[in-house]
Design a protein around this ligand. Structure first.
Ligand code: ZN
Length: 316
């Protein structure tokens, strides 16, 4: 069976859709490639930020759920989410931009052989920019406020903190086909294990963080909801679904998200995983030059457009 191609998208939670749009487009310079609603809760926006083309592996998406509690990371959660940039000069450029824009950030550090810069959005969403060594990927967006050479090129990886680290490791290394690339000690005496999948390198990394002590996570505003892994087509997805089921986990049926097809399952450590197809992509219902400009609804929600629009807060 074909290996996962890396990360497809990460979906996080905001309680402030207008502020979220401002941060990810005006400050981070990503492109809003799709403005739609959560298909299971049409009162909530689902905002997708990505490269100019909305390429698989570049999207960071948000559900707008103001009623959720403030997120607390810990066991059973994903944080931080790492985004790729082109190299050390870009990290320096971003360090200056974060200082200029009042963005909470740390210092440039190095782990597992890569330079990285930790930062947070205005709701405490934990993020990192990681030097991708200039690997190809990510189409620069001409209308971004960020110069093309420094733009976010897509996802680099995610850090998982499992409630059952041994079982999560068994799943990742076993059925899911991840490989170890390194590890480092955490200040509290725990360990971070670095893994990659499929082609390896930028966009394929999962860090399994095993702190000496972890409090239970509480999912909400400023946290991550799930991470999705890439498969090229529906056939590969069906094969993976069968495999996940065969090891005793409980994948959902294939759900048509219109822009891609999804299968979800909860891994043994409490984190929600998704397997998503690369296609058909965000140009399925609007031309590439107009991506994200209007509220896009999948055909089955189109008859309810008026009611759905009336239930959404204006973004600007
Ligand atoms: Zn998803």
């Amino acid at each position: 069976m074909e290996a996962f191609g890396g990360l497809h998208h990460v979906t996080a939670i905001t309680g402030d859709a207008p502020g979220n749009l401002h941060f990810y487009t005006d400050v981070l310079g990503m492109r809003l490639v799709k403005k739609t609603v959560n298909q299971d809760d049409v009162s909530a926006y689902h905002l997708f930020y990505a490269d100019a083309k909305g390429s698989p592996g570049t999207d960071l998406t948000f559900f707008d759920w103001p009623e959720t509690p403030t997120n607390r990371s810990g066991a059973g959660s994903i944080a931080p989410t790492a985004l790729r940039v082109a190299g050390p000069p870009s990290l320096e450029w971003w360090l200056a931009r974060f200082a200029d824009r009042g963005v909470q950030h740390g210092d440039i550090g190095e782990r597992n052989g890569r330079a990285f810069l930790p930062f947070e959005d205005a709701e405490g969403q934990r993020l990192e920019l990681v030097d991708d060594g200039g690997a190809p990927g990510g189409a620069p967006w001409a209308k971004s406020p960020v110069p093309g050479e420094h733009q976010v090129k897509g996802l680099h990886g995610v850090t998982l903190t499992s409630r059952r680290p041994r079982e999560t490791a068994d799943l990742l290394f076993g059925a899911m086909g991840f490989r170890a690339t390194g590890e480092r000690d955490l200040p509290d005496g725990g360990t971070e294990h670095f893994l990659e999948v499929g082609p390896g390198g930028p966009g394929t990394e999962v860090v399994l963080s095993v702190p000496a002590q972890a409090i239970a996570a509480l999912q909400g505003r400023g946290g991550v909801h799930h991470v999705a892994f890439r498969v090229p087509d529906a056939e590969t997805q069906a094969a993976w679904r069968e495999k996940i089921e065969s090891i005793g986990l409980r994948p959902t049926p294939v759900i048509d998200r219109f822009y891609f097809k999804s299968v979800y399952f909860r891994e043994p450590g409490g984190i929600l995983f998704e397997i998503a197809t690369d296609g058909p992509g965000f140009s399925a219902d609007e031309p590439e030059e107009k991506l994200g400009e209007n509220l896009a609804l999948p055909p089955f929600l189109e008859p309810d457009r008026e009611r759905i629009e009336a239930g959404l807060v204006p973004l600007a």
